[in-house]
Design a protein around this ligand. Structure first.
Ligand code: TRP
Length: 456
């Protein structure tokens, strides 16, 4: 039986902005940006990043939102509306989002696991005896992490719980689920961030971390640094993954696309900068080196909390913050395949959600186990977890970005897009010429550069 439910819609424009910001603000902001900036030239890097967010981030967010609202369809339907043969581009985005969610669920599970540990008091971490001993605390923290992620049961259980929470939000639909959850989680994230940031900056020795983050060192900026900044802009703004198309498709025709696509990159960048000012001062005050990736927030920071007065409380606040960032991204990642399934097969939302989340939970299990029992299983020399990250980030994303810019800039064309962006002439489109130039030339060239550099 076919059921044609009414297509979901945001209850307000601000709800859309908050949800879109929620999709963008994720683990990429928290554990990648601060480290990258510090290691690659400090404020020099931040400056390059900002310029790229303004030129490429804004351009692509606007292109995707516009396409979504124009077509009022999932990514496949949206690209097909430009030209029947282009639907596959949306398919790439759906594949990327799905693969990312499969391992994001594992990370989300770890976060839940840590929250649980801190609530019960993390008895294995005895604060009093370790105060001030950076190496000892790091060793304890590392051992705890290694044990936690290598267990055959706990990570999968936690992953299940995280996926369940994501499912329960998405099942309630656009305004009643995703928008409502984002309206609670995003302000909560912001408030917690301020608290933890103030604590971190006021730790003795915090200045070193701020220096690491912001001290300009242009000699460290090379071509490959610029390319990795570009990659980070893409990952952080969730570009070329169908998210902005999907979320844009739930906008009303009156919404102001040009203005909306300035807010989202702005909020995402603000949070990335706050992450740098929170995480690095703490790490340096503690006297260790920052690391990149999961170990930064699951090993190094917990070690810092261990040796801090009221450390468990701040750890708990911090992991809640990370949880809010992760779940609003996971919700977005799940909505992409869900909207495709609903549009294509006309099945009810709850069924589509259960179908997608169960499949992605199952596909994620090998990633969850790849730190323990399935450690030795490799695909192309990578663990399942790394593979699920590598394919979307280094292959599907640049290819998708290139095809997106060609489809919008060259095939659909600037004038058609401008009609949609200006609501058929009712609103001004101030950046039309700049935007048109960026989407036709700057984006495709950048995508080719990313591809060439990452395949080397
Ligand atoms: N932007 C998210 C982050 O910074 C991660 C991400 C990449 C994402 N692609 C996405 C989130 C697509 C939602 C949808 O961590």
């Amino acid at each position: 039986m076919k059921s044609h439910e009414k297509r979901g819609q945001w209850s307000s424009n601000i709800g859309f902005i908050i949800a879109s910001a929620g999709s963008a603000v994720g683990l990429g902001n928290l554990w990648k940006f601060p480290y990258m900036a510090g290691n690659n030239g400090g404020s020099g890097f931040v400056l390059i990043y900002l310029v790229m967010v303004m030129v490429l981030g804004f351009t692509l967010v606007l292109a995707e939102m516009t396409l979504g609202r124009y077509a009022k369809a999932s990514p496949v339907g949206a690209f097909s509306k430009i030209n029947k043969k282009l639907g596959f581009i949306g398919g790439l985005g759906i594949l990327s989002s799905s693969l990312i969610l499969s391992y994001y669920g594992v990370l989300g599970g770890w976060i839940l696991g840590y929250i649980g540990e801190y609530i019960v008091g993390a008895p294995s971490l005895d604060i009093s005896s370790l105060a001030g001993q950076a190496d000892a605390a790091t060793a304890v923290s590392k051992e705890f992490f290694d044990q936690f992620i290598s267990s055959p049961v706990v990570p999968v259980l936690c992953q299940f719980l995280f996926m369940l929470a994501t499912t329960l939000i998405v099942i309630r639909g656009i305004s009643g689920g995703i928008e409502k959850a984002s309206r609670i989680f995003m302000p909560a994230l912001f408030i917690l961030f301020i608290i933890v940031m103030v604590r971190s900056i006021t730790l003795p020795g915090a200045m070193e971390g701020i220096k690491f983050f912001l001290y300009p060192d242009f000699s460290k900026i090379s071509f490959s640094v610029v390319i990795s900044a570009l990659g980070q802009v893409f990952f952080s703004l969730s570009l070329a993954m169908g998210i902005n198309i999907t979320y844009g498709s739930y906008l009303t025709k009156e919404s102001h696309l040009e203005r909306n696509s300035v807010y989202v990159p702005f909020i995402d960048t603000l949070i990335a900068l706050m992450a740098g000012l929170t995480i690095l001062p703490a790490v340096f005050a503690f006297g260790t080196e920052p690391t990149q990736g999961p170990s930064l927030i699951f090993v190094t920071l917990p070690a810092v909390f261990l040796s801090m007065p009221l450390g468990n409380l701040f750890a708990l606040l911090f992991f809640f913050l990370v949880f809010f960032a992760a779940i609003t991204s996971a919700v977005a990642l799940l909505e992409v395949p869900v909207s495709f399934i609903i549009d294509t097969f006309h099945i009810k939302r709850n069924r589509a959600v259960l179908l997608c989340s169960s499949i992605l939970f199952l596909i994620g299990i090998p990633s969850a186990l790849s730190f323990g029992p399935w450690q030795d299983m490799k695909i192309f020399g990578m663990s399942f977890f790394d593979f699920a990250d590598f394919i979307p980030t280094y292959i599907l994303l640049p290819v998708g970005g290139l095809l997106l810019s060609i489809a919008v800039g060259w095939i659909w064309g600037i004038d058609n897009a401008a009609k949609e962006i200006s609501n058929h002439g009712q609103l001004p489109f101030r950046f039309k010429i700049v935007w048109g130039f960026a989407i036709k030339y700057i984006v495709p060239v950048s995508m080719v550069l990313i591809m060439v550099t990452s395949l080397k």
